[in-house]
Design a protein around this ligand. Sequence first.
Ligand SMILES: Nc1ncnc2c1ncn2[C@@H]1O[C@H](COP(=O)(O)OP(=O)(O)O)[C@@H](O)[C@H]1O
Ligand SMILES: [Mg+2]
Length: 330
Amino acid sequence: MTPLLTVRDLSMHFGGVAALQGVTFTVARGAITAIIGPNGAGKTTVFNCLTGFYAAAAGVVRLQREEGEIDLMRAVHPTLQPRDYLNPRALARQAYGWMTGGTHKVVRAGVARTFQNVRLFRDMTVLENLLVAQHRLVERRLWAGILRTREYLAAEAAALDRAVAWLELFGMFEDANRLAGELPYGQQRRLEIIRALCTDPVLLCLDEPAAGLNPRETQALSRMILRLRDHHDLTILLIEHDMNLVMNISDHVVVLDHGEVIASGTPAAMQGHPAVLEAYLGVAEPVDGASGGGLREEVVPVSSLPPVPPKPRPPLIIDPSVADIEACPP
Ligand SMILES: Nc1ncnc2c1ncn2[C@@H]1O[C@H](COP(=O)(O)OP(=O)(O)O)[C@@H](O)[C@H]1O
Ligand SMILES: [Mg+2]
């Protein structure tokens, strides 16, 4: 079966830093694919390139939809052909693209994402955050809004229904009228996922969704991600550091290190893969399977550390006016 997403030879540079070098992987339809790797490996940069936040230096990102294949990078950052310079419509389209950016085209194609650091409209309510996210699905013509046409009202009601349905599923309906910025951190992360879901995606990209969550919240998140895959026809691309979560719910794991894919395969295969162990631990040694899965942290016993020399005390500088206060009667 053709993969839903194909990423081929993706490269991205920041000045002299090669953040991605020839990254190639696929995301199977209806599967949970995890991208793992040490900090700075290039995971978030992959998301930023495939969702149009960055214009990659090279590579192809293709999304397979029923109506045909969409070249996401060309859709977001189109390049003008020589003949386009004589075509006013092509020039106008390009100018519009420069002014507005292109991430909305990725959303329109069916890809939604969350961010490593929560990015909500903190001064808007939970419900308002979800309605803003659906501007693409709502009738936006000015006259339709002024006249409140039947189509406009129907689209507005559908957006509200969609928001309420996802809020109920995630157990956040009671919070609909709270300000997003006032929610506890775990709920803010959940709201980010709900906001992405409200755009009606086929591919949901989650950047470290478990970061900062407690174990109970992480378990609930795992169940929810599985539910989205199994009952809501969603394909998930997940960046995550929590190895238990990755190993328990992923169908396929892609391992990045220094901007390159060093291994990919099933979670079980990746757990014992020498290149993966080396990237994480700096040494190729088998993972301790008894702990229920997860790449082992290298622990240095405290007793083996060299003693810390005592810090010299800085000289006390006493301001005479302050010292005088001591001598004053109470
Ligand atoms: N906007 C940027 N400007 C400069 N360097 C960046 C930028 N974004 C990422 N990088 C660099 O690219 C590399 C990969 O970063 P990132 O994709 O955030 O890693 P990860 O998500 O795997 O921790 C790092 O060396 C990082 O410093
Ligand atoms: Mg990151």
